[in-house]
Design a protein around this ligand. Structure first.
Ligand SMILES: [Zn+2]
Ligand SMILES: [Zn+2]
Ligand SMILES: [Zn+2]
Length: 120
């Protein structure tokens, strides 16, 4: 159990760090993790992944591509930097103008803990 004065926890799975102040937390997330998106580049498919491995898995299973080189090339083709962000407390993707730091910070302020966070 993390000490209770560090309520601002990193929202990236497996990182496990937490901070006492929103400013430290924001700097950590901005520097240490980038918000990225992989859109499936195949045909009319609208699949989106927030991780390279998920995108590659999708291309393999949904489009039956087995050649690793082709999978990598397709994943790279669909790689975009996304301004929208995922909130694992609301379990949805939110528009960038809401600002991740403000939005998720408010969850922490109202007592949310990272154990309740739904990772993507
Ligand atoms: Zn982190
Ligand atoms: Zn697809
Ligand atoms: Zn939320």
């Amino acid at each position: 159990m993390a000490s209770s004065n560090k309520k601002y926890a990193c929202t990236f799975e497996g990182c496990g760090t937490s901070y006492a102040t929103p400013s430290e937390w924001k700097v950590h997330e901005e520097n240490h993790h980038q918000i990225e998106l992989w859109k499936c580049p195949v045909g009319p498919c609208t699949h989106k992944s927030y991780r390279l491995v998920s995108c590659m898995r999708h291309i393999t299973t949904a489009h039956l591509v087995t050649d690793q080189v082709v999978i990598m090339a397709k994943a790279e083709e669909g790689h975009v930097h996304e301004e929208s962000f995922w909130c694992g407390f609301c379990c949805r993707v939110l528009r960038p103008e809401l600002e991740k730091w403000m939005h998720i910070g408010r969850h922490f302020e109202s007592g949310a803990v990272i154990g309740e966070y739904e990772f993507i």
